[in-house]
Ligand binder design. Sequence first.
Ligand SMILES: Nc1nc2c(ncn2[C@@H]2O[C@H](COP(=O)(O)OP(=O)(O)O)[C@@H](O)[C@H]2O)c(=O)[nH]1
Ligand SMILES: [Mg+2]
Length: 255
Amino acid sequence: MTGPGVQRSALAIVPALNERRSVGLVVQSLLRDAPSVDVLVVDDGSTDGTGAVAAAAGALVLTLPYNLGVGGAMRAGFKYALRSGYAAAVQVDADGQHDAAAVPALLSALASADIVIGARFAGEGEYAVTGMRRGAMRLLAATLSRALRTELTDVTSGFRACNREAMTLFARHYPVEYLGDTVEALLIASRAGLKVAQVPVVMKPRLHGTSTQGTLRSTLYLGRASIALSLAFIRRWPHDEVADVNSHEARQEAR
Ligand SMILES: Nc1nc2c(ncn2[C@@H]2O[C@H](COP(=O)(O)OP(=O)(O)O)[C@@H](O)[C@H]2O)c(=O)[nH]1
Ligand SMILES: [Mg+2]
C-alpha cells in the first residue's frame, strides 16, 4: 500500500465527533455523488458509535485512540492519503453541511490551484451569518485575499480540496485550534507559496444536533483571529522547514 507513486485519485477525509445520526448519510452521498473518491472517516474518540455507522455505510474508518480535535484528525487523514498514494484529498464535514455533489467541482479546480475552497458568499448559497461574526469573517477574508492574491469570500469554510503539495504541508502543519484549522491553514499555505482558489457552493444546515462550538465562542475566536492574523504577517516563519516538507516526505516514502 505504501509507495512513492501516485496511484489513486482522491480521498474524502471526514472528521467526525459523535455524528452517528448524520455520518451514514454523508458517506452514502459521497459514494453516490462523488463516485471517484474513496471515503475516510476519522473518528476522533466518539462515544456514540460513529465509526461503526460510517463503516457500515461503506467508509474506511480511522479510529483515533483519544480526541485530537479537527486539526489533529485532519493531519492523520492527510498522512493516510499521502501514504496511500492519493493525488488529492477533500475535507468534508460529517454533519451534512457540505454538499457531496460539489466535490467533483472542487477536485477539478485543483487543475489550476493547490487548495480549492468550497465557498459561501461567492454568488451561491444563502447562509445566514450576521453581526459581528459576519464582520470578522469579512475582515479575515479581505486580509487573506490580499496575502494570497486572489479573491476569497469564505475563509472559515472547512470544505476544501488539496493536492499532494498542500497535503504534504498540512500533514505536518495544520492548526489544531477551533477555526484555526481553516483560517490559519490559509496563512500557512500563503507562506509556503501555495496557490488557493475557490468555487461557489451551497452550504446546508446541520442534519442533526448543534455545532460543537457556540456562536459566542466562534465570534470571540474570529475577533481574536483577526488580530492574530495581522501579527502573523509580521512574524518570522520557519521558511526552510516549510520548504523542506517535500524532501522530508519523499525521504519517508522511500523508506
Ligand atoms: N475529528 C474531529 N472532528 C470534530 C471534532 N469536533 C467537531 N468535529 C467535526 O468537525 C466537523 C465540523 O464541526 P461542527 O461542530 O459542525 O463545526 P461548525 O460547522 O463550524 O459549526 C463535523 O464533522 C464534526 O463532527 C473533534 O474534536 N474531532
Ligand atoms: Mg458544522
